[in-house]
Design a binder for this molecule. Structure first.
Ligand code: IMP
Ligand code: MG
Length: 195
């Protein structure tokens, strides 16, 4: 267990953990599940000469680092800066591409990584974009899938956990840009969201 995980609830002055109401998915649970997802990805892509991973920043950052170190394939990593949330806890309904250039995905088999499948807009817009750019195949992989009615009909090919329709932070997911470094997935205290 990491230093941050170990001292989690102790109430250290200035600790990011003090803002957490409850831990939804513990670090050890995430790690075990990533082993299983990595094994599936390896099995599904092992016959490809190379695998092109496209990670959606910044949410997929932590998930990407921990997942890909478990996948023994010759893979290449590209990142896309995409904004879909603009500070609050509800989707803004817009997906903005923030990069000046797009990765060269022509003819490639793509594994698209994101932190969470919520309304489905991000994954569907980004998948469509990669197809437009000439990707041969796009498979999607998320840490979390929210159990709710999606605005876009999209399912992830690989999803580590299904959660209820509540706002979560940690393991890459943010509230107002913060809490991405939490080693677990948790729920914020109400006062933190309201303040
Ligand atoms: P979408 O609604 O499926 O397009 O998800 C868009 C993005 O919203 C995700 O990539 C996350 O960055 C963000 N998001 C959705 N639900 C949550 C949440 O519960 N906590 C933090 N970010 C979230
Ligand atoms: Mg976000």
């Amino acid at each position: 267990m990491s230093f941050l995980g170990l001292i989690g609830g102790i109430g250290l002055v200035g600790s990011v953990h003090n803002d957490i109401e409850k831990v939804l998915i513990a670090e050890e649970v995430i790690e075990k599940r990533l082993d299983a997802i990595a094994e599936r990805i390896y099995g599904d892509f092992k016959d490809e000469p190379t695998l092109q991973v496209v990670a959606i920043l910044k949410g997929a950052l932590v998930f990407m680092a921990d997942l890909l170190r478990r996948v023994p394939l010759k893979l290449e990593i590209e990142c896309l800066n995409v904004a879909s949330y603009h500070g609050g806890t509800e989707s803004s309904g817009r997906v903005d591409f923030l990069d000046r250039t797009m990765p060269d995905v022509k003819g490639r088999s793509i594994l698209l990584l994101d932190d969470i499948l919520d309304t489905g807009r991000t994954l569907s817009v980004v998948s469509a974009k990669l197809q437009d750019l000439g990707a041969r195949e796009v498979r999607t992989c998320v840490l979390l899938t929210k159990d709710k009615k999606r605005i876009e009909e999209v399912e992830a090919d690989y999803s580590a956990f299904e959660i209820g329709d509540e706002f979560v932070v940690g393991y890459g997911l943010d509230f107002d840009g913060k809490y991405r470094n939490l080693p677990y997935v948790g729920v914020l205290r109400k006062e933190v969201i309201e303040s």
